[in-house]
Structures are given as structure tokens and as C-alpha cells.
Ligand binder design. Sequence first.
Ligand code: F6R
Ligand code: MG
Ligand code: MG
Length: 387
Amino acid sequence: MAEKKITLSVIKADVGGFVGHSTIHPDLAKTAIKELEKAVSKKLLIDFHVTNCGDDVELIMTHWRGKDSSDIHELAWNTFKEATKVAQKLKLYGAGQDLLVDAFSGNVKGMGPGVAELEFLERKSEPVIVFMADKCSPGAWNLPLFRMFADPFCTPGLIIDKSMHDGFIFEVVDIHQNKVIKLSCPEQMYDLLMFIGSAENFMIYNVYRKTDGEVAAAASTQKLSLIAGQYVGKDDPVCVVRSQSGFPAVGEILEPFSFPHLVAGWTRGSHYGPLMPCTFKDATPSRLDGPPRVIAAGFQIAEGKLIGPRDMFADSIWDYTRNKTAEAAEYMRRHGPFEPHRLPLKEMEYTTMPQIMKKYESKFLSMDGSAKDKNKGKKITVTTETD
Ligand code: F6R
Ligand code: MG
Ligand code: MG
């Protein structure tokens, strides 16, 4: 067993789509591999794997430098910059779209890319699953993380395994206030659900095992619309989960995805749709730019080396869920521009909704029948159930 903690950093960005927003061009992956190979030879990284989910380039990296290392974040940033140059040359769609600032300054969080990082002492055997999603917001992980770590109907290990029996602690971010809170399960389960049930406002960030505080999972919670103040993409989050021997089994970790739950995202980042667990090869959203996809890359970590990946949703048992996803997608699509397919009004604030409101602000008349515009000059505020 290693003496020193290793860090598993997953950093992703959409730096250009091929074609439209459906997937990446192979040259982007090649460029990223070239950059990360250099980092391995400089001993900045122990190992890496480059992949994509839809139009997002995913950098999966191991190193000794801890979470939030500016060296590692800068490496990721520069890698995305290099890939952007290729995307620009090929005129790929939305080249550099997730790189929201001109220059790197210490940490990619808040600059566009999504980040999930775990730091831990490598166990005798260290299986991890890296989930990567496209066309959805980071709230997509709330339901599966809750089920993995707090629902015994999903994870029998919560009852059966002594080291899990005390439960897990969920660290939740209030993404509007930029504050975090820790809630402990099972005791605070109902309180936790009150928050995370509103997945566009509260997002699970980290999960810890209660018996020893060991980190079990980390998720990216960056929401591009909040960073940029307007719609600039769909966040497309990543999540890393440690497995087995005191953590949920691989099967318990994958199990929540057997239900294609509705997540915010899909086309124009403005629709609810079912999350489809798919193979690496099928992570190419094409029906109305969707429906949202999730892939699961399994690795065994050996002295920091990434042994894998295994395509965890390649098993044909997932075909049933994929068919259910197609049915749910069809059902949701039939709503067209109506809620609940379209996101609630509050979430549309990052789209054209404010401009349309402004345009008609002075044209809303009072309901007393008078033609006199009582509202003239008054600001119309939109209220929603989340207000
Ligand atoms: C973005 C996405 C797409 C786009 C849509 C319109 O990640 O998945 O649904 O929102 O294709 O794209 P633009 O506005 O770039 O033409
Ligand atoms: Mg895109
Ligand atoms: Mg994407």
C-alpha cells in the first residue's frame, strides 16, 4: 500500500464540437494526449487517460500534488488551450467555448472547465468509477449519489457491510450562495433530501464515510451559466466514486443509473430529459442534441497508474434502461416548448427570457378592464415556486 496520498483529478471542458455539439474531433483527443504525455515525462503526472463524453474533452489524471494544485490546473488549462487551437483550425463548433477567461490564474474553477478531485491513500486494491455526462447540469448527480450512499434499496451494503453501516456524510453546495453544508445520513436524511431534491439549487459536492471520514466521492458543481451570467453551455458534469471494501460495490454504484431520471439540460440547456447510461461509443447525443448521456469509466489504480478504463455501461443489461430512456425522451419531447419539458422560468433567466420580458413589460395591462396601463414604468418581476 502506498504511503503517500495520490490525487485523482478529472477536469473537463468543451473546446469545440464535431459536428455541432454532438462529439469531439479525434484531433482534439490526440492533442490532449500529446500534452499530458509531456506532463508524465516531466513527472507532473503519474498517469492519465483522455476521453470524451459528447462534445466534452475529459482529462483523467493521477498525481501527487493534491487537490486544487495550480500546476495540475494550469496543465489542464494549457491542454484545453492547445486543443482549442486545433478546434479553431478545423473550424469546429464553439471552439474554446468553455474557456471563459483569457488567462489562467491559479485554479480552473470559475474559469469554465468542470473539476472533480479526490485525494486518498491508495488501498490494497483501489477500484474507482469516473462518471462523465453531457447535455446536463451538475445537479444530475444528486439522485444517483444519494441512492448509492444513503438508500439501502439501492445499496444493500449500507445494511450488510460493517464499515458502511454508520452511513455517509454529504457535503452539499448552495450554488447561488456559494456556501457548503455537511449533512449526515441516515439521521439527517430528510433534511438532506429537502435540499438536494432541488437539484438545480443544491448540489452534492463530496461524500465521506462516517466511520473514518474517508472521502468516497467527489462531483463537479461548476455551473457555467452562473459563472458567465448568461447561457454558455450545459456544464456537463463529472463525478468520481471509490468502490468496494467499505465503499459501495461497483454494482451498487452503477445501480442508480438503471432508472433514467430526469435532469436539466438537453437542447439549449433548457429542457428536462432522461439521463441515458451509454457506452463510450454511444456518447454522441443526436436527438434534439440529446437526450443527456452518462458514461462510466472503471479503473483499478495501481501505484497511481490508471489500469483501464472498462466501459461499465457496455453490458447489455443496460439496453433495457436505454430503451426506457428512449420512451421517456419521446414522452418529454411531446411537451415541446411547455414545462415541465422546458425548464422552469427561473432557470430561463440565462436565455432570451429576460429580453422578452423587458420587451413586453410596459404592454401588460391591469386586469380591471381599463385600457389604462397601470403597470407602465413598473418593473415586472417573475415569480416561480423556487422564489
Ligand atoms: C450546447 C448544446 C446545444 C446547443 C444548440 C444551439 O451544449 O448542446 O443544444 O445549445 O445546438 O447551439 P448554438 O446556440 O451554438 O447554435
Ligand atoms: Mg458544446
Ligand atoms: Mg457538452
